[in-house]
Design a protein around this ligand. Structure first.
Ligand code: ZN
Length: 87
């Protein structure tokens, strides 16, 4: 396969598996932020290289973090999300 590396990280393995000390927790938005786009979208596993297990945990923590409003959201977006979360 002829992949051009655009924004693909060099290391293509799970960072959480590689570094056991790396906390995967909603209380650490500084780390979660590496796995979301500027707009707050979760970056696909094939791009970050995160394994299935950790990606699932990551998704959960990111969603939790959003609810806790620890992650920076677009301010207009944030109020919409709050309304939608009750659905
Ligand atoms: Zn992993």
């Amino acid at each position: 396969m002829a992949f051009k590396r655009r924004f693909t990280p060099r290391r293509k393995f799970c960072r959480f598996c590689a570094d056991k000390d790396l906390p995967l927790n909603y209380k650490r938005p500084d780390i979660l932020r590496d796995f979301i786009t500027e707009r707050g979208k979760i970056i696909a596993r094939r791009i970050t290289g995160t394994c299935a297990f950790h990606q699932r945990a990551l998704t959960r923590e990111i969603k939790r973090s959003r609810q806790m409003a620890l992650l920076v959201f677009t301010s207009t977006h944030a109020s919409e999300v709050k309304k939608k979360s009750t659905l």
